[in-house]
Design a protein. Structure first.
Length: 321
């Protein structure tokens, strides 16, 4: 598309429009170009100058000044290579800058584990871990939370740029209706989510380079955490996550036929399979106990099961979980 053609090499829509026009109608004068693209000469000249400086357009000898475009395959390839070299230089400088920051270089074995104190510092470190992830985030999530248990817009950014997000939820943390809705939104965006009836452990692992776990997994929000860099301890934490993941029950069950179970029934089925009690389901879905009983009866009928346990087995066999 002409309006964004040259954006990857640092030029805007106006330059893109001008370049395409010069390509199609070479030897245009400045006045002809301005009239053709609907710009005033004053506005067009800086754009034309940038194209000339970039090597995409050449001013021909003579008067009045006329312009012709360089072959796009050659000119754009040269610009792309120059941009690649600039980005490589930037990457080198950023790496050197990061290495110079306090605590950035793991000098001895003591630097492999760091104590992070204060909720503000913990939040900052978690955000940096998420933003720095390139392949995968692995999370074990359970109460208590800092203040807002549902706000994490960074995860949607990660999912949009292709970072895998796997989260294990403590089922008690899904009692809250808002949190359950947010979790389902994350699943719809691409998060892989599972749940365990009781997993009193909070953990965050970014790729294979860092992890963070709170110091005190008690009933109150943590005030300190251990930050772990690449080491055998990090490998052990990753192995712990993988073992919990194998035991956990998938959330966001999908059903082969949407006509059999609606979205609320699928949510209920996932909760039943995770071991949540009726009282927790009532709070999470914001429905009455009578509605839970009625929907459970419908699920049992659809799955031809006599008990909830049988329903879980049938759902698993059919690939609904």
């Amino acid at each position: 598309m002409p309006d964004i053609l040259l954006e990857p090499v640092g030029l805007g829509a106006a330059e893109s429009t001008l370049y395409v026009h010069v390509l199609s109608t070479p030897r245009c004068t400045t006045a002809q170009l301005a009239e053709s693209v609907g710009m005033t000469p004053a506005r067009m000249r800086p754009c034309l100058r940038r194209l000339v400086e970039s090597g995409l357009v050449t001013r021909l000898a003579g008067s009045p000044a006329r312009y012709t475009a360089a072959p796009p395959q050659v000119a754009v390839e040269a610009l792309a290579e120059a941009r690649r070299q600039q980005l490589e230089q930037l990457r080198t400088r950023v790496t050197a800058l990061a290495a110079a920051l306090p605590g950035a270089r793991p000098g001895d074995s003591g630097d492999l584990v760091e104590l992070v104190e204060g909720q503000a510092q913990m939040r900052h470190r978690v955000e940096q871990m998420q933003l720095g992830a390139q392949r995968e985030m692995r999370v074990v999530d359970c109460p208590p939370y800092f203040d807002s248990p549902i706000a994490n817009p960074i995860e949607f950014q990660l999912l949009r740029r292709g970072v895998s997000c796997r989260v294990i939820y403590d089922s008690s943390g899904l009692d809250d209706k808002q949190r359950m809705a947010f979790t389902m939104a994350c699943i719809a965006a691409g998060e892989e989510a599972r749940t365990l009836p009781s997993v009193k452990l909070k953990m965050l692992i970014a790729d294979r380079h860092s992890a963070m776990i709170p110091m005190d997994p008690g009933p109150n929000p943590p005030t300190a955490a251990i930050f772990v860099r690449a080491s055998p301890l990090l490998t052990a934490l990753a192995t712990c996550f993988d073992l919990l993941w194998e035991r956990a029950t998938p959330l966001g069950a999908t059903v082969a036929s949407g006509e059999l179970l609606d979205q609320r029934d699928r949510e209920l089925l996932a909760m039943l399979a995770s071991g949540m009690k009726d009282s927790s389901i009532v709070r999470a879905l914001g429905i009455t106990q009578r509605t839970v009983t009625r929907r459970v009866g419908h699920i049992l009928t659809v799955l031809d099961a006599q008990t909830r346990f049988q329903a879980g087995i049938q759902a698993a066999r059919r690939g609904w979980l």
